[in-house]
Design a protein around this ligand. Structure first.
Ligand code: SF4
Length: 589
C-alpha cells in the first residue's frame, strides 16, 4: 500500500543525522528546493552549504524540499497533496522564499514540475505578492540563466557564501521598512510595492539578477527566418551588467561540508568536505577553469576542524575539489585525517597531478575505484582542448593507479570535439586497450581483475568558455560515433562503456545555450512528460532546436549570457577559441 506523502517525508527525516537544524521561530521562512529527487539533492554539497548558510541566520527558518520520486508523485497527485518540506511537512507554498539550487540544466524541467506540485504559477509574470518569491542559484544559472529566467523572480549569480547574507538582510530590511501594522505577518502578506521595491533594490547589488527588469531584443529580419537574439535592455535602473559574487575562504566556518548525513545519498555515511574551489588548468570546454576564479584552498587546520565536527558520527571523509591535487597541502590533509583515525575518500582526481601518497591514502581507506578525465584519446585532440597531458603520461599514471591497489578505473571522455576524426576515436579505443593491458599486468598477482570504464559525453559548448561559439554535433551524429566506439570496444574484455544519451545531448544544448524562448519548451516538456513531443509542439509553434543547439556562432554575435560578468573576459575567451582553431574561426562552421 502506498505511503501517505507526509508519513514518507517523516520517515525520511528520521533517518537523517543533522549538524544543522532549522530555527522554527525564524521570521523569514525559506524553502531550499532541489530540482531532483532527495537522493540526488542530498548528494550535492552546494545544497548542504546553502542550507547551513540560511539556517545560520537567527531570523531565518530554512527547510528543504525535493522532487518526489516517481511513485511519490503519483501519490501527491492522487491525494491532491501540495508539495511539502522534509522537516515539518508544511506546504512549500507557505514559504516567503523558495530558493532553488540547481547544478544541472537537465533539472530545469523539475523546477516547473515542483512549482506545479506546489500549486504555484510557474511564470513570474503570473505570480503576485501572495506567492513566495522564487529564486534560483547554482552553477548553471550563474553562467546562463536565460532559459529559466521567465520562471524566476530573482537569480543569484555566483557563490552562495557571498549571496545568502545580503539576500536575507535585503528581504528582512525591506519587510521591516515597508510593512505597516502586524509585524508577525510574513513577507508574502506585504503589499505590491514591497515586492517590487525589494527586487529593484536587490538588482543594484552585485550577484543579483532580476529577469523582469531586462527586456530581450530580437532581430526579426535574420536570414535564417528565426529571430536572432540581439541583447537585453535593462529597465527601472537595473545595471547593464551583473557581476558574479565570490566566496572568501577564511576560517573553518567557511569550509563547505556535509550538513546532514543520510543513507539515501551517493556518499552514504561519508562526510564530504570541500578543500579547494576552482581550477588552474583552463581546459577550453570547461566552465570551471574560466569562471570559478581564482583558485582558492582551505588551510589544513580549517579542513580538519570541519571533519572533526562529524566525529564520532562517522569515520569516513570524502575530500571534494575539482582540482584536489592542486591543493599544495593535500598530502598533509590526508595524512592528518588518517592520523585522527578517519578514512579518506576522493570521488575524482585530475590525472596530470596524480601523486602516489594521496593515492595510497585513498586505497588504504578502502576505496577501490578511481575516476580520472583524460577527455580525449589522441594527444592532438587534447592539445586542441588544452588538456595538458599526453597518452604516454596517462599510461604512466594508469600504472601508478593499479600498482597502488586500485581495482577499477573510470575515464571521462568527450566526443564531438571540433575537428574530430575517426582516427581520434580509434585513439580512444587504443588508449582503453593499453589501459586494460596495464590493469592486467598490475592486478594479476592479486587474483582480481577490475574494469576500465569509458564514460562518454557529447561536447556541449558551454556558455562562458572558449568553446561557447562552437557548433554542437547533432544527436544522430553523436549516436553514430557512440555506436562505432561500442562496436570496437565490445571486442576488448574488462572494458565497459557508459554514455550520455543522444537525447540528453540535445536537452543540454538547448537548456545551457538557449535564451528566454527556451522556457516555453521546458514548460511543454514538464506538461507532456516527453521531450520529443515537447520539441515537436514547440517547433510547430515556431521554436527552433537548430538555432540554439547546432549552429556555429561568431565571436561578434550577441549571446544571451553577455549581461553576466562571471569570469574570464569575452576577449580572453575569444583568444583561446582562435588558438584552438589555429587562428581560423570559420573552421568552426
Ligand atoms: S576539465 Fe578539469 S582540469 Fe580542466 S579546467 Fe575543468 S576542472 Fe580543470
Amino acid at each position: 500500500m502506498p505511503l501517505d506523502s507526509a508519513l514518507y517525508l517523516r520517515r525520511r527525516a528520521r533517518q537523517e543525522t543533522r549538524l544543522v537544524e532549522p530555527n522554527q521561530g525564524g521570521r523569514l521562512r525559506v524553502v531550499l528546493a532541489y530540482p531532483n529527487t532527495y537522493g540526488v539533492g542530498m548528494s550535492n554539497l552546494g545544497m548542504h552549504t546553502i542550507y547551513r548558510l540560511f539556517n545560520d541566520h537567527p531570523n531565518v527558518c530554512c527547510e528543504r524540499s525535493f522532487l518526489p520520486d516517481n511513485h511519490e508523485i503519483e501519490e501527491y497527485r492522487r491525494r491532491g497533496t501540495p508539495l511539502m518540506t522534509v522537516e515539518s511537512q508544511r506546504p512549500v507554498s507557505d514559504a516567503d522564499v523558495i530558493a532553488f539550487s540547481a547544478s544541472f540544466e537537465n533539472d530545469y524541467v523539475n523546477v516547473v514540475r515542483m512549482l506545479t506540485l506546489a500549486n504555484l504559477p510557474t511564470r513570474a509574470a503570473h505570480r503576485d505578492v501572495t506567492h513566495p518569491i522564487i529564486i534560483m542559484g547554482g552553477a548553471t544559472v550563474s553562467i546562463n540563466p536565460e532559459p529559466v529566467a521567465p520562471f524566476l523572480d530573482l537569480c543569484c549569480v555566483g557563490e552562495g557564501e557571498g549571496l545568502v547574507g545580503p539576500l536575507i538582510e535585503s528581504i528582512l530590511g525591506e519587510a521591516d521598512g515597508k510593512k505597516t501594522g502586524d509585524s508577525s505577518k510574513s513577507l508574502t502578506d506585504g503589499d505590491l510595492p514591497t515586492r517590487a521595491a525589494l527586487l529593484r533594490s536587490l538588482a543594484t547589488l552585485p550577484g543579483f539578477y532580476v529577469p523582469s527588469l531586462y527586456e530581450p531584443r530580437y532581430d526579426q529580419t535574420s536570414p535564417s527566418g528565426y529571430p536572432t537574439f540581439t541583447g537585453l535592455t535593462p529597465q527601472d535602473g537595473a545595471p547593464p551588467r551583473v557581476t558574479k559574487v565570490r566566496a572568501v575562504f577564511e576560517g573553518p566556518e567557511t569550509v563547505a561540508s556535509t550538513a546532514i548525513l543520510t543513507p539515501e545519498t551517493e556518499f552514504g555515511d561519508r562526510a564530504m568536505i570541500e578543500v579547494a574551489r576552482g581550477c588552474t588548468k583552463g581546459c577550453r570546454y570547461c566552465w570551471v577553469g574560466y569562471n570559478i576564479l581564482p583558485f582558492r584552498v582551505h588551510t589544513v587546520d580549517d579542513v580538519l576542524a570541519a571533519a572533526e565536527r562529524w566525529l564520532p558520527t562517522t569515520q569516513r571523509v570524502g575530500l571534494v575539489a575539482t582540482a584536489l591535487l592542486d591543493h599544495p597541502d593535500i598530502e598533509a590533509i590526508a595524512t592528518s585525517l588518517r592520523e585522527r583515525g578517519l578514512q579518506v575518500f576522493s570521488p575524482s582526481l585530475i590525472i596530470s597531478t596524480l601523486r602516489e601518497p594521496l593515492l595510497r591514502s585513498v586505497v588504504e581507506s578502502g576505496q577501490r575505484s578511481i575516476t580520472i578525465a583524460p577527455e580525449a584519446g589522441s594527444d592532438r585532440m587534447r592539445e586542441l582542448i588544452m588538456k595538458k597531458i599526453t597518452n604516454a603520461e596517462i599510461l604512466e599514471k594508469t600504472r601508478m593507479i593499479f600498482r597502488a591497489g586500485v581495482l577499477n578505473l573510470k575515464n571521462y571522455v568527450i566526443i564531438g570535439l571540433p575537428g574530430e576524426t575517426e582516427a581520434d576515436l580509434q585513439a580512444l579505443v587504443n588508449l582503453c586497450t593499453a589501459m586494460r593491458e596495464i590493469m592486467i599486468e598490475e592486478s594479476r598477482h592479486r587474483g582480481r581483475i577490475g574494469t576500465i570504464t569509458l564514460s562518454v559525453n557529447c561536447l556541449i559548448p558551454k556558455p562562458a568558455t572558449p568553446f561557447q561559439w562552437a557548433k554542437q554535433i547533432r544527436p544522430s551524429e553523436y549516436a553514430s560515433k557512440l555506436r562505432w566506439l561500442r562496436r570496437r570496444l565490445a571486442k576488448v574484455p574488462n572494458v565497459a562503456i557508459e554514455a550520455m544519451s543522444p537525447r540528453s545531448s540535445e536537452i543540454q544544448a538547448l537548456t545551457s545555450r538557449g535564451d528566454r524562448r527556451v522556457a516555453d519548451l521546458i514548460e511543454l516538456w514538464a506538461d507532456t512528460g516527453s521531450w520529443r513531443q515537447a520539441v515537436r509542439t514547440w517547433e510547430e509553434r515556431g521554436g527552433s532546436v537548430d538555432h540554439f543547439a547546432f549552429r556555429a556562432l561568431q565571436p561578434s554575435d550577441p549571446l544571451p549570457w553577455d549581461h553576466l560578468r562571471t569570469g574570464a573576459s569575452s576577449a580572453a575567451l575569444g583568444n583561446q577559441w582562435r588558438k584552438a582553431l589555429g587562428g581560423n574561426v570559420n573552421a568552426a562552421a
